[in-house]
Design a protein around this ligand. Structure first.
Ligand code: FEO
Ligand code: CA
Ligand code: CA
Ligand code: CA
Length: 596
């Protein structure tokens, strides 16, 4: 691999400068097309195709047939031999209820809770390109919305466990809905994995939460979504086990709109950022997952069985049997995957883990017990298509260095507001027996940093970056294209943007890097107040889809109608009403391969 690795790829586009403009900017030889905005019709066959009302007066029933809010992780699934006809599965992470309702949260009603729940979840839409123009297909037999109330099922070791039982579901088998769907993944058998991230924020806990509730950040009144006021499911005092029914990876078959989405408990209950799937040397599925919070862990699941040909039908139970691991990053660039298996390594009944069900439900506590490495907010994982090398974004951690939790080898900077990207190669090389050959099922790895983010000339040493090329901070989205170019998306928070060490770094952006040389070029910059997230390609790499999330977000956005949302008029312009999250498709004007 050494010869190919050293060669490098060329990044054949004109890099764009940093920008504070309220505009999406792509290289001059590219064009961007807004494809699917919050409120656009999903195209469900035989149903109405409601038009977006600029004053946010669409009803719950209309919202159920329209794009949800705050698009995030996304995957493209080609449908037939035409690489430019396929399905997009798109996460709608959360709602800004100040924008979602005509008068924001000035009043609060059961109807508003239902609309907020309807604007969460996932869209499956059918898309096609003709003559360089992409469109969402109306009357699609695949199109579907999945929301915070869609009937789902549990599978794996925790299904049916007492901690998942509620009065409404005494079997602990039939949860309702998914929420805070952040990043995602695509399996080799063609399904979409959507990940439940900051689910704790939807629950109102008692004033003094239990230790298990505290470990996952539950608190009185949650993050202010106010669902619990009209839906007792989200009142953790009245329905204490409902919280255990979130925090999972959910498998969806985009080809079958009648499929019941399945919460795969074998993959653990954390604040799931993403679920990046690859194959081991012997053909088993390996799923990499970050738990996005300061001082949390990186996980992987290795299936017991091999992936079989025959799509979802042949692999329905693949993610129910296998081993869940959590990562320990040691000094000198070595690391180890620690199994989270009931009965092993202190995960016993005495320690609070009487079964594998409780290991996966209390996954964070189990990872604490085995001594995993606390990371600086593990977000997306990307696996190199040829070498199997794994890359992970650690978006930032301003609390590193406080309370005795100091910088370490893998998280090397205190006050890490810029974040970094780490890379590793799996194998069994420690002790000299073999090589780190990139077999994803291995239990050891060799790691190094790909880049420390930030301006290389920053005054403060902690903020100085090692990027070769265009600078960025707070890396979050991360994806390889099939040619081995690494795409990096940023999520600088609205409160940090344009000030302090982020002064002069502009709006959030997407960059492209050559993993062999480290060369990095800025590919696009987003409109004001947005995050750039979600990145997926057509198989011919002639188009890349990305999401613009929360354009116009203000630092105190949620539910405050007094806060004007006029920072951004994207994408509809000054007369278009509210800013809208949207899926954008980008292609080269000459129709060539994106990025090269
Ligand atoms: Fe939803 Fe960790 O970003
Ligand atoms: Ca993210
Ligand atoms: Ca983020
Ligand atoms: Ca976000």
């Amino acid at each position: 691999h050494a010869a190919t690795a050293a060669k490098g790829k060329s990044l054949g586009f004109t890099s764009v400068p940093v920008s504070s403009a309220d505009a999406l900017v792509v290289p001059p030889e590219y064009e961007a097309q807004v494809l699917y905005r919050w409120g656009d019709a999903t195209g469900v066959a035989g149903a109405a195709a409601p038009t977006f009302a600029g004053d946010a007066s669409n009803s719950v029933q209309e919202q159920l047939l329209q794009a949800g809010m705050h698009h995030d992780g996304m995957e493209y699934f080609p449908l037939d031999k035409n690489p430019r006809h396929g399905l997009l599965a798109i996460n709608h992470e959360y709602t800004d209820d100040g924008l979602l309702h005509s008068d924001g949260m000035k009043t609060w009603t059961a109807e508003k809770v239902r609309k907020s729940q309807a604007a969460h979840g996932v869209s499956i839409i059918e898309v096609v390109e003709r003559g360089g123009v992409w469109r969402v297909m109306p009357n699609s037999r695949y199109a579907r919305r999945i929301t915070a109330t869609t009937p789902m099922a549990f599978s794996g070791p925790a299904a049916g466990h007492a901690l998942l039982k509620t009065a409404a579901d005494p079997e602990g088998a039939r949860p309702l809905g998914t929420l805070n769907n952040c990043a995602a993944g695509q399996t080799p058998w063609g399904t979409f994995l959507t990940c439940e991230e900051n689910w704790n924020g939807y629950f109102s806990a008692q004033d003094k939460p239990t230790p298990d509730e505290l470990r996952y950040g539950l608190r009185s009144k949650g993050f202010g979504y106010r669902w619990h006021e009209f839906d007792e499911r989200f009142d953790a005092v009245k329905t204490p086990n409902e919280q255990n029914r979130f925090g999972w990876v959910v498998e969806i078959d985009p080809q079958d709109p009648t499929q019941t989405p399945i919460k795969r408990t074998a993959l653990g209950r954390i604040k799931h950022e993403g679920a990046t799937t690859t194959l081991s040397r012997d053909g088993r599925a390996v799923v990499y997952m970050g738990d996005d919070e300061r001082f949390e862990y990186v996980y992987k699941f290795v299936s017991r069985d091999k992936v079989k040909p025959g799509g979802y039908r042949a692999n329905r139970e693949l993610l129910d049997h296998g081993t869940l691991y959590v990562a320990r990053f040691d000094a000198q660039g070595y690391g180890r995957w620690l199994p989270l298996v009931h009965g092993e390594d202190g995960l016993t009944a005495v320690a609070g883990f009487p079964s594998q069900a409780e290991v996966v439900i209390k996954c964070r506590q189990a990872a604490d017990a085995v001594g995993a490495t606390k990371m600086d907010r593990p977000e997306w994982v990307a696996v190199h298509p040829n070498t199997g090398e794994v890359f992970l974004t650690l978006t930032n951690n301003s609390a590193r260095g406080q309370g005795g939790r100091m910088a370490d080898a893998s998280n090397p900077r205190n006050d890490n507001i810029m974040g970094h990207i780490i890379r590793w190669r799996e194998g069994k090389g420690q002790g000299g027996s073999g090589a780190f050959d990139g077999d994803a099922s291995a239990t050891e790895f060799r790691w190094m940093h790909f880049a420390l983010a930030g301006d290389p000339n920053a005054d403060k040493a902690e903020y100085r970056g090692t990027i070769k090329g265009d600078m960025y901070g707070s890396p979050d989205g991360l994806q390889f294209d099939a040619g081995g170019l690494l795409w990096i998306q940023t999520d600088v928070s609205t409160s940090a943007m344009h000030k302090g060490a982020y002064a002069g770094m502009g709006n959030n952006m997407m960059l492209c890097a050559d993993p062999a040389t480290g060369e990095t070029k800025r590919f696009l910059t987003g409109p004001a107040g947005c995050e750039i997230t979600g990145v997926t390609f057509t198989p011919d790499r002639r188009a890349v889809f990305i999401n613009i999330q929360h354009p116009g977000e203000t630092a105190s956005e949620r539910g405050d109608p007094a806060q004007p949302k006029a920072v951004s008029h994207w994408p509809d312009g000054p007369t278009g009403g509210r800013p809208r999250s949207a899926t954008v498709v980008i292609r080269r004007k000459d129709g060539g391969t994106v990025g090269t």
